[in-house]
Design a protein. Structure first.
Length: 97
């Protein structure tokens, strides 16, 4: 039996591992991340655009990104909303720091 938030935790762990390489030079990394998860399905087109900006990282980030996309799409709507809220809260904390 899995805890209700396990899928979110797995997704967050993967993002912490690969997100910095993908968003390293972005002026608003939280906004980029929100763009990926704002709708009911992960925005793969936008994700591929981010990967294309960093071809030297693509071999490491693309597989993880596509896996994250599949995991996000498998989340129920309440879990997707919770993930967005977590990103918004983290963005607010980062701006205060």
């Amino acid at each position: 039996m899995t805890a209700p938030h396990d899928p979110l935790h797995r997704l967050a762990r993967a993002w912490r591992a690969h997100g910095p390489a993908l968003l390293a030079d972005e002026s608003s990394p939280h906004d980029e991340l929100l763009t990926l998860v704002w709708g009911p399905r992960f925005d793969r087109e936008h994700a591929l655009g981010l990967v294309a900006r960093r071809p030297q990282q693509a071999a490491h980030t693309l597989p993880a990104l596509l896996e994250a996309a599949d995991r996000f799409d498998a989340l129920h709507a309440p879990a997707q909303r919770r993930l967005r809220q977590m990103i918004l809260r983290h963005r607010a904390q980062a701006r205060r720091a």
